[in-house]
Write a protein that binds this ligand. Structure first.
Ligand SMILES: *[C@@H]1O[C@H](CO)[C@@H](O)[C@H](O)[C@H]1NC(C)=O
Ligand SMILES: *[C@@H]1O[C@H](CO)[C@@H](O)[C@H](O)[C@H]1NC(C)=O
Ligand SMILES: *[C@@H]1O[C@H](CO)[C@@H](O)[C@H](O)[C@H]1NC(C)=O
Ligand SMILES: *[C@@H]1O[C@H](CO)[C@@H](O)[C@H](O)[C@H]1NC(C)=O
Ligand SMILES: *[C@@H]1O[C@H](CO)[C@@H](O)[C@H](O)[C@H]1NC(C)=O
Length: 498
């Protein structure tokens, strides 16, 4: 509105300035004014069109930002202890767990200091202030001994000892390591006549996350004393020594390496010794703890740890995919995955992707055919449709454990034989997996006896189960009727069907 009235004002001024033009007839002036007016009108119209286009653009931008905000908010459930939005140095965005996630939320951010909260927002420790390398997405934890430091002169092993203070709690550091694919820390020692180890005596070491002494200065093998030149096989007195400094030569040498065992990092203390000689000198440079990448969760979450990696932070009961079935677990997200009690297994969840149970019967029909599937006449229940009445075959819809129970009535003729009867077998894909029979002596017409066959069986999806009369002993013996053939899916092997 304001803009329009301003344009209007300049329009009036324009007309007045034309009024003042001397030496023209009134008609000429009028024509001039009309021409100017038409030109101005066209200008104004095109300007309005431009402005309208701009408004549309702005509206789109606002909408985009709103959706970004909603995405960020839904990603970060805000609970009482959370710092919902800390003013990041480069603007206001929510505090995510790592620099990698921060970069993903806004790829336009440049490297610098950011707040991150590896152990999850709203739980555990407060966010930490770290350097984010946005080119690599790595998170760097600062410490109080980043510049080159002289260890002075002293004689005994570890006579120089310096604790390293990181600008993050150990819980946050461990959470960052668990979220990251890799973590490393570089260490360099510039030495003159200052061996780390000589004549079998260890003068220098570093302490790991658990305060345990470590003697490897590069790589990932904690069982060997070595520096990078030892790993590369190019130390000054190779192969007699595995660190340049261990040669003890009175010239300026250096050992530098990168420690890559993320579960030992960070270096919590540095210890040096045997720098007593006048010519001796030792100076170390310790890099930041740098972590990058992320431990991906592929497929469905299988544990509390997977849920935690995905970003769940609310302690409670969860369902996860077990080796065969859905399982219920209690996840205590106030703890870290490496802590005892982080996950408590509660039990299986009774989940069936296809409910399956049936009950069929066979009317009295005096069935006496052997070696063909027994068929049925009535379907009382057939949930899931796995039972085929006319073929008599059950087809497993899913891999899992099934239960079957068959009750038949066997009809007898009058017979003075000592033993007549009938055998029924249960088949899985044409292979007999169980049987049952009845037999009687000195029978009379109309005599009946039940035959019962039950089975619990592991089936793969598509497997077929049915029953057959295997043999009949005695003329006139028959399957009189089937009062019940029932079966159901006891437990599904969900890991197979997902
Ligand atoms: C260390 O972290 C605190 C917050 O935990 C922050 O205020 C401070 O600026 C950080 N120091 C450095 C040197 O980054
Ligand atoms: C570590 O080094 C020792 C000694 O050289 C070797 O026996 C062992 O296999 C190495 N371990 C690994 C994991 O490389
Ligand atoms: C049941 O089996 C019969 C005979 O094998 C077949 O013709 C029919 O299609 C089957 N019915 C279903 C629903 O699969
Ligand atoms: C269920 O799946 C697991 C994992 O594949 C397998 O070890 C187990 O034998 C399966 N059980 C059945 C009943 O097929
Ligand atoms: C089966 O029943 C039919 C008719 O009821 C009869 O003819 C036949 O002999 C019987 N077969 C056997 C093996 O009992």
């Amino acid at each position: 509105m304001i803009r329009f009235s301003r344009i209007h004002l300049s329009f009036l001024l324009f007309i007045c300035s034309t009024c003042l033009t001397a030496g023209f007839s009134v008609e000429e002036q009028l024509t001039q004014i009309r021409e100017n007016y038409v030109e101005l009108k066209n200008n104004l119209e095109s300007k309005v069109v431009q402005l309208e286009a701009k408004v549309v653009q702005l509206e789109e931008k606002v909408q985009h930002q709103e959706s970004l905000l909603i995405a960020l908010q839904s990603q970060q459930p805000i609970s009482s202890k959370s710092v919902s939005a800390i003013s990041q140095p480069s603007g206001k965005i929510y505090v995510l767990r790592t620099c990698r996630e921060t970069r993903a939320a806004d790829p336009s951010l440049s490297s610098g200091m950011y707040w991150v909260d590896p152990d999850g927002q709203g739980v555990g420790d407060d966010p930490i202030y770290v350097f984010c390398n946005m080119a690599t997405g790595s998170t760097e934890i600062l410490h109080d001994t980043e510049s080159k430091t002289d260890v002075g002169n002293c004689a005994d092993p570890g006579c120089y000892s310096k604790a390293i203070k990181y600008n993050a709690t150990m819980r946050q550091i461990m959470a960052l390591a668990e979220l990251s694919n890799e973590c490393h820390q570089s260490i360099r020692y510039d030495c003159i006549s200052a061996p780390l180890e000589i004549n079998g005596i260890t003068y220098s070491w570093w302490n790991d996350r658990d305060e345990k002494p470590q003697y490897f200065w590069s790589g990932s093998n904690s069982s060997v004393h070595t520096c990078q030149c030892g790993l590369d096989g190019n130390c000054v007195e190779s192969p007699a020594v595995t660190c340049n400094c261990d040669s003890g030569l009175p010239t300026l040498l250096a050992d530098s390496g990168v420690i890559t065992v993320k579960n030992l990092l960070p270096i919590t203390r540095l210890n040096f010794g045997r720098t007593i000689l006048d010519v001796s000198s030792g100076q170390y440079t310790l890099g930041r703890l740098e972590c990058s990448g992320h431990m991906a969760v592929t497929g469905m979450p299988k544990s509390c740890e997977d849920l935690w990696r995905i970003g769940h932070t609310l302690t409670g009961l969860y369902s996860v995919m077990g080796t065969a079935m859905v399982e219920n677990v209690y996840c205590d997200f106030t703890k870290l995955p490496s802590d005892a009690g982080f996950e408590k297994w509660m039990g299986f969840a009774d989940v069936q992707s296809v409910p399956t149970y049936f009950l069929v019967t066979k009317d009295s029909s005096s069935f006496n055919s052997t070696n063909i599937p027994i068929s049925y006449t009535t379907e009382k229940l057939n949930i899931g449709g796995a039972m085929n009445l006319s073929s008599g075959k059950f087809t497993a819809p899913r891999t899992g454990t099934y239960f079957f129970s068959f009750t038949g009535l066997i009809g007898y003729p009058t017979s003075s034989s000592s033993m007549i009867g009938l055998q029924v077998q249960i088949f899985l894909n044409g292979v007999q997996i169980g049987y049952s029979w009845t037999d009687e002596a000195n029978t009379v017409t109309g005599q009946e006896a039940p035959l019962v066959l039950q089975s619990t069986v592991n089936l793969q999806a598509g497997d077929q189960v049915w029953l057959q009369i295997a043999s009949i002993a005695g003329a006139g013996v028959k399957l009189y009727s089937v009062p019940a053939f029932t079966g159901w899916l006891l437990q599904e092997n969900l890991s197979q069907s997902m």
